[in-house]
Design a binder for this molecule. Structure first.
Ligand SMILES: *Cc1c(COP(=O)(O)O)cnc(C)c1O
Length: 377
């Protein structure tokens, strides 16, 4: 069976290999069978291994849902009575975390920081010093909307210095940028199968410290479907997800993990960097400008300013590229029009070379001037 290959430059789901796609085609199976359960235990261990956790210290808890389910789970499950959360808010995904906390009616400090530069560690420390009731500090590792990389190691260290847990949303960095939960001071991180491991949508996981999950047994229960201890406990006792798992997605994830370890952490990160270098090269050739300076970028997302050319129309350029197998994605920034080019997925630099040819042809087609015009220097 031939499946058309699309190059996805959107921030997930990402382009997958045919072997991962095909891994979903399996005989129908009831997920309560031992044969299916036998997949889950090694999968949980592999997910911990990706961030270099030891299985006795860390565990992976799987959920059926998109990545946001993990944000919901950790925020609502890991705050003890009498404690409040501290959210470092410098992008669309940390803003989402503040909304989750609002929906649960939980107390939190919304520490807003500029969206385009590294947050101020002094202010974070000051906030921790002045509030001795902070249960956890929450920060997005890679703000996918802008491409900003946040300093988890430093902020994790500050959280621990003041006796708080450190929770980080690594959905768009896990299995791409090397992470070591011990060195990076991470108590909880999370991801989703359609991003770093290059699997399918519908499976997400929280990876975190067993001792804290065990302790959270006695924390207030605020959600039924999204309680971390409940799901963990069910896994530990039965080896299964509490409720129906995304069966085919789990088969795909199993294959994706095999391919992840075959490629290797360092090779994979080098490939992502190679893709981003090709993205940057094409931008420079056409005169496209980015929203963030290079030194604060993750290396996985390039956020490009919309040209000021009167003929620029994102939708038209998008459609032109899409029809030719390349998907680009609008930005998530309120202040200025932007689109994103992402280095996720089973692609390599020659795909980016192919993309720029098509993009340049789109500029010609719609009579958008090259080099690209911007009003401000
Ligand atoms: C993709 C992503 C998520 C999850 O988004 P969903 O739409 O729920 O899959 C969460 N956090 C970050 C940083 C992401 O990039």
């Amino acid at each position: 069976m031939q499946v058309k290959r699309n190059v996805l430059l959107n921030p997930g789901p990402s382009t997958t290999t045919d072997t991962v796609k095909m891994a979903q085609i399996v005989p129908d199976i009831c997920p309560r069978e031992e044969e299916f359960q036998a997949i889950m235990a090694p999968m949980r261990e592999d997910l911990v291994k990706i961030v270099h956790g030891k299985n006795e210290d860390y565990t992976a808890v799987l959920f059926c849902g998109s990545g946001t389910i993990c944000i919901d789970v950790v925020l609502n499950s890991l705050l003890d009575e009498g404690k409040k959360a501290l959210v470092i808010n410098n992008g669309a995904y940390s803003a989402r975390a503040t909304e989750v906390l609002e929906y649960y009616g939980l107390p939190f400090i919304n520490l807003e920081q500029p969206w385009n530069t590294t947050p101020d560690l002094g202010i974070i420390e000051e906030t921790l010093k002045n509030n001795d009731d902070i249960g956890y500090v929450y920060m997005t590792h890679h703000e996918t909307g802008s491409g900003l990389l946040n300093p988890i190691r430093e902020v994790g260290a500050l959280a621990h210095k003041y006796g708080a847990f450190f929770l980080t949303d690594t959905t768009s960095s896990y299995a791409m940028i090397p992470i070591n939960v011990y060195e990076d001071n991470v108590d909880f991180c999370m991801a989703s199968a359609q991003k770093g491991i290059m699997g399918m949508t519908g499976l997400s996981y929280v990876i975190g410290r067993r001792d804290i999950i065990e302790a959270s047994k006695n924390y207030p229960k605020r959600s039924y479907y999204c309680n971390l201890f409940m799901q963990y406990d069910f896994f530990e006792r039965t080896g299964q997800m509490h409720f129906t798992p995304p069966v085919q997605t789990i088969y795909a994830a199993k294959q994706a993990l095999i391919e992840y370890f075959e490629e290797g952490e360092q090779n994979k990160w080098e490939r992502h960097q190679r893709i981003m270098a090709a993205i940057h090269k094409g931008e420079e050739k056409l005169g496209l400008k980015e929203m963030l300076s290079r030194d604060v970028q993750s290396g996985l997302v390039s956020c490009v300013k919309y040209p000021d050319d009167p003929n620029w129309d994102f939708e038209k350029v998008h459609d032109y590229c899409y029809e030719r197998g390349y998907t680009i994605y609008p930005g998530k920034l309120a202040n200025q029009g932007s689109f994103r080019l992402c280095a996720l997925g089973a692609i390599d630099e020659q795909d980016i070379v192919g993309f720029w040819e098509v993009f340049e042809a789109a500029l010609h087609e719609y009579e958008i001037k090259i080099p690209i015009e911007y009003k401000e220097a």
